[in-house]
Design a binder for this molecule. Structure first.
Ligand SMILES: NC(=O)c1ccc[n+]([C@@H]2O[C@H](COP(=O)([O-])OP(=O)(O)OC[C@H]3O[C@@H](n4cnc5c(N)ncnc54)[C@H](OP(=O)(O)O)[C@@H]3O)[C@@H](O)[C@H]2O)c1
Length: 307
């Protein structure tokens, strides 16, 4: 019998590619999921789907699992969905893993997770990392920078805006760096980390990095965008983005997300472990990137998108 691993988010973005990497290595996958999978999803009949609810049932869901790959997190707060709640939920997931006898946990965090960060996203991730280290579970913490791939939201929507809008505002001077990592590399790094025994914390970052302004212009050239790309004070870029978000029934980028990007938190301080080059992917996919807008609210806050 194939060894069984559990993945949270297997029907979403990064978790899907972790699940595919595990299946390609002959392992079985149990997907912990908030809602029944779409039967058309490529993994729908390749993984065992079980409900992902943060209660006593979690231990049972994790029984028989060798390694738990956790991608669960929230991008921003909205109504009952808060970072504090996401931290509590993540800690209860780790507790359940321990009670169930899971051998190892691979926790997807974020580059520059820091308990002293001014940004609750990064502080919350640091709190989950600390809880995992204190749990006594064998673990790997994988910290991606900016993950790109077929279903990503951020890069797709930059491309969408460059194609469809007359103006694209880059907050600040645009010189702060981004270092994208492919979703395939991220998955490979996670699964390799899962097969090890020692406790590790490592960044998942790609081999190329750009000033954000150059990154946007690179995408523009590949998608043949018509937008004029212009730097603007952060407050202006954020206000314009907030109005655009209202028109699109979405949250395009929070002020914290812009400030974290300006602080260079989407680039790594470590030697890159990933090999896929964003520029090559863009050359391959450019014609298709950003054809349709992808809504964070539609994807993760279904039922609230038009609230
Ligand atoms: N994407 C990036 O650029 C990036 C960069 C650095 C770190 N990370 C980290 O990498 C991990 C995977 O990121 P991803 O972008 O691939 O995420 P994702 O697949 O979009 O979501 C990951 C998981 O979180 C759940 N989730 C997302 N929003 C939620 C909400 N509002 N309420 C409840 N559950 C929610 C999803 O559940 P449903 O599918 O059921 O909604 C899914 O199980 C995350 O931990 C993220 O913090 C991502």
């Amino acid at each position: 019998m194939a060894e069984l691993d559990a993945v949270t988010g297997a029907f979403s973005f990064t978790g899907r590619y972790i699940a595919e990497e595990l299946l390609a290595r002959g392992r079985g996958v149990r997907a912990l999921t908030r809602r029944p999978p779409d039967p058309a999803h490529p993994l729908a009949d390749r993984v065992e789907a079980v409900p992902f609810v943060f209660d006593a049932s979690l231990t049972e869901r994790l029984t028989g699992v060798d390694t738990l790959y956790n991608t669960y997190w929230v991008r921003f707060e909205r109504n009952e969905t808060t970072f504090d709640r996401a931290v509590e939920n993540t800690i209860s997931l780790f507790r359940a893993a321990k009670s169930a006898g899971v051998r190892r946990v691979v926790h997807v965090s974020v580059a520059h997770a820091d308990e002293t960060s001014p940004f609750p996203y990064f502080r919350g991730k640091a709190a989950t990392e600390e809880a995992l280290r204190a749990s006594g579970l064998s673990h790997a913490v994988v910290r991606p920078t900016l993950v790109y791939g077929p279903e990503d939201i951020l890069v797709n929507n930059i491309a969408w805006a460059l194609r469809h809008l007359p103006l694209f505002l880059v907050p600040g001077d645009g010189r702060y760096e981004v270092q994208p990592v492919s979703v395939w590399d991220t998955a490979r790094i996670c699964v390799q980390a899962g097969s090890r025994d020692e406790d590790v914390t490592l960044d998942a970052a790609g081999p190329e990095r750009w000033a954000f302004l150059d990154f946007v212009n690179l995408i523009k050239s590949h998608v043949r965008g018509r937008a004029v790309v212009q730097t603007a004070p952060v407050v202006v870029a954020h206000t314009v983005g907030a109005f655009a978000g209202l028109a699109l029934h979405d949250v395009i980028a929070t002020r914290d997300e812009l400030d974290a990007t300006l602080a260079g938190l989407l680039a790594s301080d470590e030697t890159p472990l990933a090999r896929d080059r964003f520029s090559e992917w863009l050359a391959e996919i450019g014609g298709d990137l950003g054809l349709a807008y992808r809504s964070q609210l539609e994807r993760h806050f279904r039922g609230e998108a038009r609230a």
